[in-house]
Ligand binder design. Structure first.
Ligand code: EPU
Length: 346
């Protein structure tokens, strides 16, 4: 067999590319130099060039968790590495290897077609497979970190590929090792480990309400459909109205602070977290402050879910951050709690 390596095609470069269709907020940003990355092997040569030229860069997946400025100077990498396959299987688990650029929801649908249930609670989350573990996406009682075997990424400091096992990924609520080290890694491939033993996870009230017959066990496909229905009802479709999902994280406070808050606000919605800590529903707090459905110029707070900020059209990052600051100040004043912005501000 010929062991000589075939050089990959270089990444396609488009100067001054408009990114309005490539970020779910619908922000009219322009990338000075947009590189389309279709295979991981394109990265080493590109980053050698960036190092020589001292080029600034950032990577973009589905653009569903970012706030883009009007101009993105330097290089913007559009990660479009595709492909998925069942790489291994034993009695307990199935391993699936997936390119970072695959659309997350399409991947979840594909796993169900392959009779690999497990990810159904995470249906309809916008974005790509590669971006999903960075913020450890989660919904309806499930987080992606539980299903990850390892992550392959290009380390732009060491100029080498690394494979990080799940235990090294430091997954936590909307957090990971990759999020802790911004501007260092580019996720190229994710390997999932999906247990063959499956049972529905319906502890989350919204989802449980869809299946009230205690004698009926819904299938993964039925749960998938129910999650899609709930999300479509509560969350705005980015194709119709620009948004980046939850705009703030649900803040986690010490039990002592929670006890004081619940005395003052008996209807406060919260969930148990790690020992001694409590997670508060930021959406409820923002709603109580009267922001739901409000507008500030071209941007506003979604009328059905106060945790979601929306772009009614023509808004830019300055408008969004101004509204975010107004909300943060009011919530701080009312509840004494600091809200943290969830999407990355580039
Ligand atoms: N609530 C209100 N008013 C609102 C919004 C929410 O009173 O305007 C109340 C709800 O009634 C509910 C509680 O607050 O009792 C929590 O709301 P919800 O169930 O909608 O969930 P969330 O905490 O706002 C989180 C995730 C979502 C995920 C859902 C379902 C975060 C930051 N967000 O939202 O994730 O889909 O739970 O699991 O953790 C995302 O990250 O982009 C995202 C959509």
């Amino acid at each position: 067999m010929n062991s000589a390596k075939i050089a990959p095609n270089p990444a396609k470069l488009t100067p001054n590319l408009g990114l309005k269709d490539r970020n779910t907020f619908g922000l009219d940003a322009t990338a000075e130099l947009a590189y389309e990355i279709t295979c991981a092997e394109q990265l080493p040569a590109l980053f050698r060039e960036f190092a020589d030229k001292k080029q600034v860069w950032r990577a973009l997946g589905g653009g569903s968790n970012v706030i883009l400025p009007n101009q993105l100077p330097g290089a913007t990498l559009l990660i479009n590495i595709l492909g998925q396959d069942i790489s291994q299987s034993d009695e307990q688990n199935t391993w699936v290897s997936v390119g970072a650029g695959l659309n997350w929801h399409e991947f979840v649908s594909w796993t169900l077609e392959q009779s690999l249930p497990g990810l159904e609670n995470l249906a309809l989350i916008p974005g790509t497979v590669g971006a999903a573990p960075i913020q450890n996406i989660g919904a309806y009682g499930v987080e992606i970190g539980q299903y990850i075997d390892s992550i392959e990424a290009f380390d732009t400091e060491a100029h080498a590929f690394i494979t990080l096992p799940q235990t090294a990924c430091q997954f936590a609520y909307r957090d990971s090792y990759f999020k802790q080290h911004p501007q260092r890694f580019i996720v190229t491939k994710v390997v999932f480990k999906i247990p063959k033993a499956w049972k529905p996870r319906l502890q989350y009230a919204d989802l449980a309400n869809q299946f009230t017959d205690p004698n009926y066990t819904p299938s993964a496909k039925e749960i998938f459909a129910a999650v899609c229905a709930i999300r479509s009802q509560k969350l705005p479709d980015p194709k119709v109205i620009g948004n980046a999902g939850s705009f703030f994280q649900n803040p986690i406070v010490a039990n002592e602070q929670y006890e004081l808050l619940i005395q003052k606000f008996p209807n406060l919605i919260s969930y148990p977290d790690t020992p001694g800590m409590r997670k508060l529903a930021a959406g409820w707090m923002i709603d109580q402050c009267g922001f739901k459905g409000q507008r500030l110029g071209p941007v506003g707070v979604y009328e059905k879910q106060a945790l979601v900020l929306v772009n009614h059209g023509g808004g830019d990052s300055t408008d969004i951050l101004h509204l975010a600051k107004t909300i943060q100040d009011k919530v701080q004043q009312t509840f004494g709690v600091q809200l943290h912005i969830e999407p990355n501000i580039l």
